[in-house]
Structures are given as C-alpha cells and as structure tokens.
Design a protein around this ligand. Sequence first.
Ligand SMILES: C[S@@+](CC[C@H](N)C(=O)[O-])C[C@H]1O[C@@H](n2cnc3c(N)ncnc32)[C@H](O)[C@@H]1O
Ligand code: SF4
Length: 348
Amino acid sequence: MNEPKWVVLQVTEKCNLRCKMCYEWGDNGAYLKKNNLNNLSVHKIEEIFSDLRDYNVYYELFGGEPMLHPQFADILKLIKRYNCTVDIPTNGTLLSKYYKEVVDANIRRIWISLDGPKEVNDAQRGQNVYVRATEGIKDLQKYKKEIGSKYPLVGVTFVVTPDNYKYLKSFYVEEVSKMNVDYFSIEFQLFITEERYKKYKLFIKEKFGLENAWASSGLIRNLEQFKDIDIEYLVDSLRYIKKEIENTDTKLIGYPKFIDVENVRKFYNGDWDNMKEARKSCPFPWVYMEISASGVVTPCHTFYDIEMGNVNDVSIMEIWESAKFKDLRTKMRKCITPICFACSRYYN
Ligand SMILES: C[S@@+](CC[C@H](N)C(=O)[O-])C[C@H]1O[C@@H](n2cnc3c(N)ncnc32)[C@H](O)[C@@H]1O
Ligand code: SF4
C-alpha cells in the first residue's frame, strides 16, 4: 500500500467573492445552491495531522476561501505545532489580517489569485479585491524581510478567461515583474460542456452506482463563450512572458503545458482528448486525497462526487486503506472520467 503523499484540506466552503469563472461560487457555481456551508473543524484537522504524522505529507489548504475559516489562526498554529509542509491558495482579501500568522507558521507557499490589473481583476473577482490582495502581498513581504524569513514563498495565480487574456502580457510586464514574487502561475479557465457532463454522470453511475453528481456542475460552460479568444495573441503573450521571466528569480508555471496555437485551439474547441496533454489514466488515487469541508474524502480535486468515506465517521487512514478506495483504484487503473481534463491536477 502506498502512503498518502499529497493531502488537500478544504477547510471551508464559504467564500466572500463571486469570481465569474469559479466552479464553486461563480456564474453557475455549484456552491450557490448549497443550503448549509461547512467548515472542517480544527479538532478534525488536528486528528488528520496526527494520524498522518509518520508520513511525509505535503498539504494544501483549500476553500472556498481558506482564510474565512472562523478559526483560521488556530489552524495555522496547528500547522506550526505539527511542522507540516503546507501551501495555501487565497483570494488575498484577508491577507493583511493574517500575514504575520502565515509567516510565523512557516507556510511553504502562498498563492494569491490576481486576474489582471486593477479594473480587469476587479471586474472578474469583485470590487476592491485588487487593492486588498496587493496590500496583503506587500504586508507579507515586508514582514518576511523584517524577521528574515524565507517562507512562505509567494506566488501569483492568474486564471486566463475571455475577459482578461488581452491584459496578461501587460499585467506581467507592468505589475507582476515588479512584485518580487517567487512564482507566476498562468492557468487557463477550466470548463466542461453539457455533453461532457452527461457522459460523466453516466460514467460514475455505471462505475460506482452514483446517481448524483453535483460538484462538477459548476464547470459547465458553452463553447461559444470562448470562441472570440484570439488564440494567436494569447500564445504570443505566453511565449513572451516565458522568455522574459527566464532571466529572473520568478518561476513560471501553469497549464496547459504545451503552448502552441494548435494545442490551445483544441482546448477552447473542446477537443481535449486530442491535446498533447491527453492522458488515459490518473496516478492520483495512489498518492492523493482531498478532504472536503463536510469531512468527505475523495480521490479527486474539486469534483467531490466520488466519496470514499467521511473523517467524521472513521479515521483517515482507515478510509485510505478501505475496500472502497481499493475498489476505486482497481476501477480507475486504466481509465479516466470524461471530465478529468477539467481538473488542474490533470496537467501536473
Ligand atoms: C477555487 S479557488 C480557492 C482559493 C481562493 N478562494 C482563491 O480564489 O484563490 C483556487 C483557484 O482556482 C481558481 N479558479 C476558479 N475557477 C477556476 C476555473 N474555472 N478554472 C481554473 N481555475 C479556477 C481561482 O482563481 C484560484 O486561483
Ligand atoms: S475567491 Fe476563490 S473560491 Fe471564491 S469565488 Fe473566487 S475563485 Fe471561487
């Protein structure tokens, strides 16, 4: 039996923003229909850290917006106490409140979402978000310097959408390149079509007897929405940034990995199976699990449809070693679901 190597804790489902492209809280977001919004309790998080303490686990906090957890500072204290290796993605709106605790907890990397210059970012992510997030980055960097801490390394995450792709290049040149960040991650907005969603529902029904898929519905978009993207311009921008960033201390990451006009066109045409990144299986069920804010353990990132158990009922290692998880590994050994291309891990 492999050990879990990468564990994502969705500490809260709540979010204070409604970013348009977001599969959780955006237009068509799956969480908009939820009546109760859960938080993973600090007690449960401690139990997980304790149960996995003998393994060399890389953790990631996830949301909603992780910093909205009502006891976020206590979670950071736990991370410090258990000396866990942790990444945190955040919309940055509460970073000015928590930057000291984040640095003191020795968080490995913090990823702040910024989708363009002020007006463009705020049109996509909400009013005043840009100022709050960039102030947060400055506060954190200043404090790191003051106390001489290397961590957390700081990344800016840019999600490419039809509304902001034209500003990507100038945003890098005029802003990101001056922010002194360790990473710049450029990630295409992931989406699925109605047709793919139907195929996925059929797939999980046939393989796992599941009648309800809910989590992935927030990814459904019409291909029409992407048809006006000037793919040549986008590819040029990406190549330009790649070249410019090479001689700096900032590392460029993101997806898709293969940036050429043909491959990017396939992405936006919904021809995902013929992209260069296309794969026929996924290694994650053997090394990875995600614990949702309601305690559900799943092998997938953000698609919380396929449930392996609940940490509120049994321990995380019992779930990891359960017959149900083993059955999933057997069933998924040589296949992927019809929407796996819309998972960011697919491009890892
Ligand atoms: C779901 S958010 C959770 C963390 C935090 N709330 C934030 O915004 O950074 C994680 C990342 O996913 C990005 N994201 C949201 N919708 C997306 C989509 N459809 N495709 C790709 N990334 C998306 C967000 O911009 C953010 O960088
Ligand atoms: S802040 Fe994060 S979770 Fe909230 S709506 Fe935006 S992308 Fe989604």
